[in-house]
Structure formats: structure tokens, C-alpha cells
Write a protein that binds this ligand. Structure first.
Ligand code: GRF
Length: 219
């Protein structure tokens, strides 16, 4: 399966995915990593792993439409079947999303539908939540609101800061994204009447809750 990863910054998720491709734990071909920011650190990480990279920077275009057209062409040229957003910080229009139906997924650092948007770790701490986590969802034109495919949780401890939460959430992000991408590769997902099914079972409203063992976290 050919995929494109869209990034905007550090690219740690892209790197985690690419490492699993390198070890053959994930049977996809990452055709290209595209950043919407010049100089995103994730571009270097992808290049170091031998992947073609490209920048389609929103700042270089006069309109959102022109930016999205350039991005669309860059993706179409790759013949990608799956578009993986990983730190891609632009809201995509309905027109763009319609060009790739059921093919765009995103990772968000919260247990959606709670804490959409930015600064999730700080907001979770301020609200004294006992749990935090990560969600992977289909992308729609409404920010962080598409059907949730999967979530993974962590407990928030008394010692946690926004920085420790970020690191602990990232640890499970790097496991959860490859896990869910594999569902696409193995063709385990289906859609009926706008509802998503995994192996023929309807996915619950907050996605499938995936737990990782300590051993998996250390790998
Ligand atoms: C991750 O926390 C992801 O959930 C969010 O943006 C961050 C991207 O991190 N959408 P990275 O660029 O993959 O390191």
C-alpha cells in the first residue's frame, strides 16, 4: 500500500512509522513525506531514513485553495492510497477531503471528543483529569471531529507536567499509529451507511481502545 505522510514539525510519528517500515513490521511504502512548513525537522528525519520529501508551504500561496491544489497534485503524483496526517497543522477543506474519500487519517493528542485543538496536555492538567491519551480519527472538514478509529490511554500522575504528558502520550502515539495503519493494509476496515466497521464489528463511538504492554512500549 502506497502512503503519503503529511507533517508540519518534529515528525516523530513519521519517524516511528518509517522505522517500522524499515524493520518490515509495517507493510507499506511511504512514497513521500510532505511538510506544510519549510525547515520542518521531520523532513530531515525522513530523509535520513531514505524517504523522498517535499515542502508545500501554505505560506507560499496566496489562497488556501491554491495551497490545497498544490498539495493535492503532490499527493496524486504519488498514487497514495492512504494519507497519514502526523503533526500537519492545517485544517483541510471539504473539497480537498472529498478528493480522497475515506483515505485521510489524523492523530490527535487527547481522548477525543474531549480536548480538540491545541495545548491538550496543559488543558488536561488544569482540568485535573485522571486520564489522558491519543486518538486516531478519519479526517473531516471539522477540526478533530471525524469518526474515531482508535484510542490509547495513560493515567495522569501527581508528578506529571505538560512536558511529561507530551512525552508519555508520544510514546503511545508511536505504537498506536502503526497499529491502526495495519488495519488499512490488512483491509480490515469497511464502511456501511456512514459507519465504520473493523472485522465486521461496528467501531464504538470513541474508537477501539487499544492497550499496549510495558514490553511493547520498550520496543
Ligand atoms: C502529535 O502529538 C500529534 O498527536 C499531533 O501533533 C503532534 C505531532 O508530533 N497531531 P510529531 O511531529 O509527529 O512529532
Amino acid at each position: 500500500m502506497k502512503v503519503v505522510i503529511l507533517i508540519g514539525g518534529e515528525g516523530s510519528n513519521a519517524q516511528a512509522i518509517l522505522k517500522r517500515v524499515a524493520t518490515k513490521e509495517l507493510d507499506i511504502e511511504v512514497v513521500r513525506v510532505i511538510s506544510h512548513n519549510h525547515g520542518a525537522k521531520g523532513l530531515e528525519k525522513a530523509q535520513a531514513l531514505g524517504v523522498d520529501t517535499m515542502t508545500v508551504a501554505h505560506k507560499d500561496f496566496a489562497t488556501k485553495e491554491a495551497f490545497e491544489n498544490a498539495l493535492k497534485q503532490a499527493i496524486l503524483a504519488c498514487e497514495a492510497e492512504l494519507i497519514i496526517l502526523a503533526g500537519f497543522m492545517r485544517v483541510l477543506s471539504a473539497d480537498f477531503i472529498r478528493a480522497f474519500p475515506d483515505q485521510i487519517i489524523n492523530i490527535h493528542p487527547s481522548l477525543l471528543p474531549d480536548y480538540k485543538g491545541l495545548n491538550t496536555h496543559q488543558r488536561v492538567l488544569e482540568a485535573r483529569e485522571t486520564h489522558h491519551g491519543v486518538s486516531i480519527h478519519m479526517v473531516t472538514e471539522e477540526l478533530d471531529s471525524g469518526t474515531i478509529l482508535a484510542q490509547a490511554k495513560i493515567a495522569v500522575g501527581p508528578e506529571d507536567t505538560a512536558q511529561t504528558l507530551k512525552l508519555r502520550v508520544q510514546e503511545i502515539e508511536h505504537l498506536l499509529y502503526p497499529h491502526v495503519i495495519r488495519w488499512f493494509v490488512q483491509e480490515r476496515l469497511s464502511t456501511r451507511k456512514n459507519r465504520l466497521y473493523l472485522d465486521g464489528n461496528q467501531i464504538p463511538p470513541k474508537g477501539c481502545l487499544i492497550e499496549f504492554t510495558e514490553k511493547e512500549k520498550q520496543l
